[in-house]
Write a protein that binds this ligand. Structure first.
Ligand code: SF4
Ligand code: SF4
Length: 228
């Protein structure tokens, strides 16, 4: 390499100001510094010192994790999705595609179809025959929840998905409805949306609905997270 590429020649300040380039005066290491042993010893002392201190980090959930250190998110945490159901137990989704349009990861697949009147009643025209979310593509942004005009999709607090095949992370309608059942059970609610007994929306910040759930600390659930 030519001299023009040495540190002295690349003194940017000197180039900018036209001053004489400064040479770098590199400090010579003494014997012990060249041995590195004192520095390694200092590092080990630091490591052992911290080993004796209580851990400040939160454990990943598992059978051996300490209950007081588990990460138990509040409702409003953006975990796995769930599809909400109406009073009749049917999915509230009307297959309008607003969520899939808003989804930046393009991971929602919907195939809509006409609703059978005997199951959904006369007031419902359309529902999803297929509703799938590719959880491996999802970035858990919550845009789908925000975009839904029917308050038909929500996000649970479950974040620890484990699987051995990619196909296990394509959540279909059944899985998303099952998530709804499990999440409501954790929260001790009959179902999402309006509680017909009290005429309030328990998962709404002002209890008036809809279930836009952002950090409702009243609901802290850990059933699914404990000792999975
Ligand atoms: S959370 Fe975001 S990325 Fe995931 S499905 Fe909803 S909109 Fe798409
Ligand atoms: S979940 Fe909501 S936004 Fe998505 S298709 Fe169903 S009704 Fe429309």
């Amino acid at each position: 390499m030519s001299d023009t590429h040495t540190a002295e020649k690349l003194d940017i300040r000197a180039i900018m100001t036209g001053d004489k380039p400064q040479t770098r005066d590199e400090r010579k290491l003494n014997f012990w510094e060249r041995m590195y042993l004192p520095e390694i010893f200092k590092g080990l002392v630091n490591t052992f010192k911290h080993m004796l201190k209580p851990s400040a980090t939160i454990d990943y959930v598992g059978p051996t994790s300490r209950p007081d250190q588990r990460h138990i998110p509040a409702v409003g945490y953006r975990g796995e999705h769930y599809l909400k159901v109406d009073d009749k137990g049917n999915e509230k989704c009307v297959a309008c595609f607003m969520c899939s349009t808003a989804c930046p990861a393009e991971c929602i697949t919907i195939v809509g179809e006409e609703t059978p009147v005997e199951k959904f009643g006369a007031e419902r025209f359309k529902h999803p025959r297929v509703f799938e979310i590719d959880m491996l593509k999802c970035i858990y942004c919550g845009m789908c929840v925000e975009a839904c005009p029917k308050d038909a999709i929500g996000m649970t607090t479950t974040y620890n998905q484990v699987g051995t095949k990619r196909s296990q992370f394509i959540y279909d309608k059944d899985r998303l409805l099952k998530n709804n059942d499990e999440f409501m059970k954790q929260l001790g609610l009959e179902r999402s949306g309006k509680d017909t007994k009290t005429s309030t929306y328990p998962l709404s910040p002002d209890k008036c609905g809809p279930d836009i759930t952002h950090g409702l600390a009243d609901f802290r659930v850990g059933a699914r997270q404990s000792g999975v």
